[in-house]
Design a protein. Structure first.
Length: 202
């Protein structure tokens, strides 16, 4: 058990690449992609991420070290927390994109959304949601909003795959604007889903 925890505990050794995962020792100071042996980018194999997450969580789960010394138990808790945080970040498109910006962009960079058409679309979506309760078919109105949001998210996701592949400063500026758009869409989607649940409960 001590040997297994050492293999997965913080250390100076390099993290696995796609061809060497899992490594002899995992370095939890490395980025989330490296932790799972995945390439840094917006495109991501969700099934492979989940598979490697389960493998790491099984190896470092605190229950496996219940009878170990205090230091090993603390390390297992830290490792399990780090693995879970990394997984939750990478599995969510918006959080993954935001995390990529932290890896690539300047910390003081500010998003700049100048897409007037997109801002008008958001206003239209908000207006549709506000009026959905009085629509002839409220559920259909909300479903239409959710469908438009999903199409927009897919289009932005395709842009982010390209922008984060070999990002230039111009690509990163465009990616910041794209992430800001995703934040708008995410908030609108959550509001639409909440309204949908409320309508279903009537």
């Amino acid at each position: 058990m001590r040997r297994e925890l050492q293999r997965l505990s913080p250390g100076p050794n390099p993290v696995a690449t796609l061809s060497t995962w899992p490594p002899a020792v995992l370095d939890f100071s490395e980025n989330y992609f490296a932790l799972f042996g995945l390439p840094v980018g917006y495109a991501l194999d969700g099934e492979l991420l989940a598979e490697r997450y389960r493998a790491l969580q099984s190896a470092v789960h605190p229950d496996r070290f219940a009878s170990a010394p205090d230091q090993e138990r603390r390390l297992s808790m830290q490792a399990a927390t780090r693995v879970n945080e990394a997984f939750q970040t990478l599995r969510d498109p918006l959080r993954r994109a935001s995390y990529l910006l932290t890896l690539h962009a300047e910390p003081d960079a500010r998003p700049d959304v100048q897409d007037t058409a997109f801002l008008m679309e958001q206003m239209e979506l908000r207006e549709t949601l506000a009026e959905a309760g009085d629509a002839p078919d409220p559920q259909a109105a909300v479903a239409g909003v959710l469908d438009r949001i999903e199409r927009s998210e897919r289009a932005i996701g395709a842009d982010l795959i390209r922008l984060f592949t070999h990002p230039t400063p111009e690509d990163l500026a465009a990616a910041r604007a794209a992430v800001h758009k995703l934040q708008f869409l995410d908030k609108c989607r959550r509001d639409a889903e909440a309204l949908e649940r409320a309508l279903d409960g009537d």
